[in-house]
Structures are given as C-alpha cells and as structure tokens.
Design a binder for this molecule. Sequence first.
Ligand code: GAL
Length: 663
Amino acid sequence: MTPKPVRDIIPGIDGLAFGGDYNPEQWPREVWEEDIALMREAGVNVATVNVFSWASINPGPGKWEFGQLDDIMDLLESGGVKADLATSTASPPPWFSQAHPETLPVAPEGHRLHYGARAEYCPHAPAYQEAVVEMASKLAERYAGHPALAMWHVGNEYYRTCFCDLAAAEFQAWLRDRYGDLDGLNDAWGTTFWSQTYTDWEQVLPPRACAETPNPSFVLDYRRFGSDARLKLFNSEAAAIAEHSPDKPITTNLMVTGNFAGNDYFRWGKDLNGENRLISVDHYLVPNDTITYEPQVAYAAALSRGLAHGHPWLLMEQSANASAWRGGGFAKRTGEQLRHSLGYVAHGSEGAMYFQWRASRYGTERWHAAMVPHGGRETKTFQEVVQLGQWMKNLAEIKGSTVQSQAAILLDFESVWAHDTPGQLSSFMTPFPELRRWHAALWKRGITCDIAHPAEDLSRYPVVFAPSLQMLDDDANLRRYVEGGGTLVVGPFSGVTDRNEHVHPGMPGALRDLLGVRVVEHVPLREDEMVALDDGTSGAFWAETAASEGAEVIVSYVDYPGTAAIFHRAVGSGQVWYLTTRPTDLNSFLDRLDLQPEFPGLPEGVETVRRTHEDGRSYLFALNHTDKEATIPASGHDLLANTAWTPTTTLPANTCAVIREVR
Ligand code: GAL
C-alpha cells in the first residue's frame, strides 16, 4: 500500500505555529499595541482569537457588531501574526440563555443549570444548533478573505452533556437509527434484566438519576450518543464555514488525555483528518501524578499522533506555568516549559501553542499561567517563551515531517466507557492509568509508541499492546495483525464483553481462540494485595485461573499452584502474549520482547524521537529530562544551538537538541 502523502495541516502559517489564545477584548486598546510588540519579540506567528466573544459579536437577538473583531484581525495582520479564528460558540451569553431557556443544560437529577460560567448549552437544543451555524456562517462570510486568516477553530473543547427532554427526543431518534425497532433495542440493552423492557420509544429517556444503578448498556449508548451529537455540532459549524471559506483548514481543540470530554476521539479523528481539517489538541499536565511529567507529554502526543493517522497534528493549548484549576501552586521549573514544548514538537506537533497569550486580570482564570504573565516581560516565563520562539524559527524546516513509532498501545474509548458503567467486578482495573503505565514503561526504555484504535490497520507496528480492552466484539482485526507477523500483548480482563457490554460466552470471550487460553475464573484482588509469580515477579489488582488451549505457559502463579499467569502462543507469522494479572514490574515482562531502543544504554529520562520527511531528511530530537549531562551518539547539526553535533557531543542536563542528521 502506498502511503498517502503527508498533508501540510497549517499551510497559512510559515514554519511551525507559535502563539496562543489571545483575548484582547479583555484589555484597553493601548495594551493591544504592546501585545503586538511583545509577540514580535517572542516570534509569535499565530494567535487564536474570538474563542469566547459571542457577547461582543452578537450582543442581542439579530444584533451583529463586528467592529472590534475587524480591529483585532487588522491588528494581527499589521503585526505579521496569523489568526486561528474561533467561532465563539462555546459560551453563549446570558441574553441568549434567557431568550432560549431550553438551551441551558439539564443535570442528571433533572434540574436545569443556570448561566454564569461557560459552555452552558444543551447540544440537542435546536435554538443552539441553529445559532451556532448562523454564527459560523456570518464569521466565515466576513473573514474568509481576510489576509490574517490562517485557520478556523470551531467551538472550544466540546464536552457538554445534557439530560433534558430535547436530549431524550434526539436520543430516541439515534437509537431508532442504530437498532431499527424496540426489539433490537431491548436485545442490545438486555432489558429482561430487572424487568426493564421498553414497549414505546417515548419511554426511553436519558440516564437520569434513578433509584438504583442504571442498565450499563443504556449508559454506554448515551455516551456514544453524546459523543456523536457533539461531533455533529462541530461538523455543522465546519460545513457552514467551508461554504464561504473552502480553502482554510478547520479544527477544534480536543482534550486528549483522560475521559473528561466523553468523546470518542477516534471517531472524531475520522472527521478531523480530511482535506482542510486538522487534529489539534489541548494538554495540561497533571501534577502529583504517579507518572512523572515527561511521559505525560509523550503520552498526549502519542494519542494525538494516533488520531492524526500519520499526519502531523498541532498542540493548540498548554500552560506556560501553573494551571490555576489544577489546584495552583505547581510552577514549572526553569527549562521545563521549553523541554515540554519541544517534547510535543518532537512527537509530531507542527508547533507549540498556549492558553493563553496574556494573563487575564479578571475572571475565573485570572491566576492561570500565560505567555505574558502579570509580571510581564521580565518574568522567567516570558524569557523562556522568547527562547522557545527562537527555537521554533530554527526548526521551520521540520514542518511536514512525521514520527514512525515502533509500537502501539490500543485504546478504544467505548471500551473505557464500558469499564465506567455500573457493576464492574473491580474498581482497580481502570483502563487509563494502566495504558499510561505501559506507555511510561516503554518511554523509559526509549521506545516510541502511538496510541491506536483496535479496529485500525496495525500492520505498521512490530509490537502492539492491549493492556486493558474489556469490550471487543470479535478478534478479526487483531488476528489479521498477528497472523501477518505482529506481536500482540494482551492484558487481563480483555475481550470479555461485546459492543453492548454483554459478557461473551466462554471467557476470555472474543480473544479465547486467538490467545489459545480458557479463563476459568476471575480473581479480583484487594487494592494492596499482590500475587507472587514463579519468575520472581508479582501481579496486582487482578488474577485469573486459566488453562491452556494451545498456548504455552511461560510463568505461573506461586499462590495458585498449577495455575498459569503468562501465556505465549505463535499464530501465523506472529505471536500473542496473554497476561492474566497486571505485572507490578513491566520492565521484567518487556525484557521478554524483541523491542530495542535505537540508542541502548541511554540513561532513563534522556529521550530521543525522530521526525522524518517523506524525502528522507531526518531530525533527531534529544531531550534531557535528567539533572546530568548525556551523550547521544548521532551526527549532524543541532538546529537549536546552531552547532555541529558529533557522537561525543554532550547534552547538558535539562536541555534539548534537534539534530539534522547526516545519514
Ligand atoms: C482549557 C480551555 C481554555 C482554558 C484552559 C485553562 O481547557 O480550553 O479555555 O480554560 O483550559 O487551562
């Protein structure tokens, strides 16, 4: 298969994108002039404007006032800064909510929420659906030809869920489409359990607060429906924009880590990967996390890469310093934001963008970090921003290059949602922390991996990990991958339920034949309980008694004599591993695989990632996250320091290099 040519996802921007959300409407005019001067000093070449400006553009029913936005767009143009123009539909103003009270979201308990913050809308309310299309259309008509316009930014971080009657009506229509008739719905939801059979579509409501734990299949479908409805909203605005502005890329900023947004981003990725579309993501590091910062950056990037399917992507938001809503107080140490920003770029981002350019003086985010903090240009933060801006200029030639990963970790958002549904056997078998734990273990060993979807073509990855894949309809795609020569590693409690969250007969269900293993019984463990294995390692949270049906037993439990813990099986030209517990030490397991880093022996925390152009030009990013200098045995030219790089050049602690390689 000939790979598709890599798309230039931000053709309107020279080199890499560097900038952030810019809210000049919060400031008097004289500050705007200073902003432009500081942007030039920092090398900012793009600003995301109009994200939350509905109230100024459309201050009342039928009233449209574009004067201020005209000025902002002209200001950017005069300063040589391109605009990522947002549609401002993420935050309807009070007049709108008052005029259309049915557009305010309803909580699961049934009460309607009030306005006073942001994202106060019901995705299913026709008045909101119509208003956002009108807004997008008016903006596109007006600014399509503006010389500052580089790209469109629809909404902001779609995540709102609503439980109102309008949602119920849309949900019923979505279900009719999915199941055809009520028999199909009753089957899929297993409504004979607890006598929940539906006899009329009108009886089907959103999963509002009820007296007991609700039906898991029903809850799961509501999440699918919510994700689809939000995607439909995005697409409706995007279509309205494309009518007037067919040649500019359109995006919306995805919240890639965790599950807060409730969107199936692999499904969204399909719509965001077409012509004139791009994957852009927001990423905020979690302080006090069990997984240190650096793998978090790589993890967010791995997922973004997975969503972009081989094309570059864009980091749309990150924080220059402490994020107030993370509890505040977690300042980035000197050099950290440089390393982090470069980390995203190393992993395929076509730039580094922030929330936000200038710190707000008021509002909930008045203490949130910014590229220009309250302390202005003399802050360490701004000085580092200036440094980063210079680096971004030096790296212009990497635009359009991509990262090839050695491995993939499988993520299916629907399976994660399935895990979140009521009635799980163990609350410690959470998918995301486990995926991130595997990712961090690979990262520490110098293995670059993508996060990929289990149904996609995985043949480009020598090794694929499925640490937590509870819900899997069938093994067809994974079997194809393994038979074709891939190595698949499957974690416990995977493949056990179908797409409706019904337990497959014959555990471990969908994967039983492929794994050559029959699981007899699940053994959920206590939070602090560990089980000893006969290779000297241990497992946690979960164990299974299982018997071979063709697989070789590699490791057994000490605590359950005669019971296998780790199986291995050759299938076609590939192989498959099955772990019936979560190994506490992933390294020992990874030693069993043929997965070598390019630079064996680099200290943990010295990260290398390569970006390559289609014509073969390549760039080795070296990020030293440690407090000791390191040597990377490569040759070429370091684009950051603008000096030659030889195999004996040292990379000081807490610094980075980007080596244009001589190969
Ligand atoms: C993002 C959001 C921004 C801002 C930022 C603060 O999730 O898109 O508008 O709130 O968080 O960290």
